[in-house]
Design a protein around this ligand. Structure first.
Ligand code: FEO
Length: 395
């Protein structure tokens, strides 16, 4: 159902309340998501982004009830990923000659996805599209988060259509940042940044400063996922600048997997030692085999240090921990410390392997970690508590 944003803009996207996994199975969406699409009606009419392919028919049918499709003058494809471009084939089947404005890189990704040669008009940063009294100004945003990513700015209304940036996977009836639960909103914003944008943090800072230097007035940020920022829209920009700057809170996250509870006992004993050391550091423990991967990544993002533990199995580590190490390697976290631990029965390679994984993920590894032979006995538990105390002093 279309939602009037202001006199010019109508939201014509899709709220996906059911979505629980995104990017295939890569990203958990506990609170659903939205695919935001905007109709900009001035003398000329522009449609900014569409929705994910499963909703293409529903989307085009809804759009037709809002406007005669033949009256649309321009389509703006800010990004080629299929959650935003998925309805283009259905839409362009109806209006095949309409120009599609996008970056040169987006032509490649759209052709790569759909193998169609639509009426592409490539644009670069600073190019303008006249809609009558107002203009759209295009701003390329390569690698935020795809090479093809772009934003556009509507003069007169002072709206930035930021595409994925500043978004969150959050279905709500509120639609605006000031009409939703603030704790839920910012939890989803942080999870989105941590899991998707962390590796691009240097580019985030550069792009935000570039856009701020244009000194464009900003009344609203219309993202492609989640709420529209209309109340103090720069608050999310400020959060991004903080998150992009090697963000951390006073938190240590201990992540482990365990076969017969030995490594769990080690994790809890290390946490006991950290608590005994005093201070106000928050310590959280998660079993990687039964905790959502993206939620763990968000906790890592918030942490100044992490502990990672696995028993040794087949001269290696448990697959949940191997998967986590691979995940955090790709996210390129900065300025975080780490330690390794794990129990073993005979060969005992796990701690060394975890340390290597943490080092290759860019973490500063503290000491040699700690191992325990078989299930930790009283002496081994004492050693883990002492290890925890030393870790607390070290961070
Ligand atoms: Fe929401 Fe990169 O697509």
């Amino acid at each position: 159902m279309p939602i009037k944003i202001n006199k010019t803009i109508t939201w014509v996207g899709k709220t996906d309340w059911e979505l629980r996994r995104f990017h295939g199975n890569e990203y958990s969406t506990h609170r659903g998501s939205t695919y935001n699409s905007y109709l900009v009606r001035e003398d000329k009419i522009a449609l900014i982004d569409t929705v994910w392919a499963p909703f293409a028919e529903e989307y085009v049918a809804g759009l037709e009830k809002t406007i005669d499709l033949k009256r649309i003058d321009y389509i703006i494809a800010n990004h080629g990923e299929t959650d935003h471009s998925g309805a283009l084939p259905e839409l362009l089947r109806r209006i095949p000659d309409i120009p599609v404005y996008c970056t040169a890189s987006c032509v490649k990704s759209l052709k790569g996805h759909y193998h169609r040669d639509w009426n592409f008009r490539t644009v670069k940063t600073g190019d303008r599209l006249n809609l009558g009294a107002k203009e759209l100004i295009f701003i390329e945003a390569p690698m935020l988060h795809w090479p093809d990513s772009m934003m556009c700015y509507l003069t007169g209304d002072n709206i930035l259509f930021s595409n994925d940036a500043f978004g969150q996977h959050y279905a709500s009836s509120g639609m605006f940042n000031d009409t939703v639960d603030q704790d839920e909103l910012f939890a989803e914003c942080m999870k989105y940044y941590a899991n998707i944008l962390t590796p691009f943090s240097p580019l985030v800072i550069k792009k935000i400063n570039e856009v701020l230097s244009l000194k464009l007035p900003l009344d609203m940020i219309c993202t492609s996922h989640g709420v529209i920022w209309r109340q103090n829209p720069t608050q999310i920009v400020e959060r991004y600048l903080a998150w992009a700057d090697a963000y951390q809170e006073n938190q240590v996250t201990i992540i482990y997997d365990t076969m017969w509870n030995g490594t769990r006992v080690m994790a809890e004993s290390i946490a006991d030692g950290m608590r005994e050391a005093g201070g106000d550091t928050v310590v959280k423990l998660f079993n990687a085999s039964n905790t959502d991967k993206n939620d763990i990544v968000t906790e890592v993002f918030r942490s100044k240090a992490i502990g990672v533990g696995s028993p040794t199995i087949n001269q290696g580590i448990l697959s949940s921990i191997a998967s986590l190490l691979e995940e955090i390697r790709g996210l390129k976290f900065k300025n975080k410390k780490a330690f390794a631990f794990g129990c073993y029965g005979w060969s005992g390679e796990s701690v060394k392997m975890i340390q290597e994984g943490l080092e290759s993920a860019g973490f500063a590894v503290i000491g040699d970690g700690i191992k325990s032979l078989w299930n930790p006995d009283d002496e081994a538990i004492k050693a883990c508590v002492e290890f925890g105390r030393k870790v607390a002093e070290n961070i």
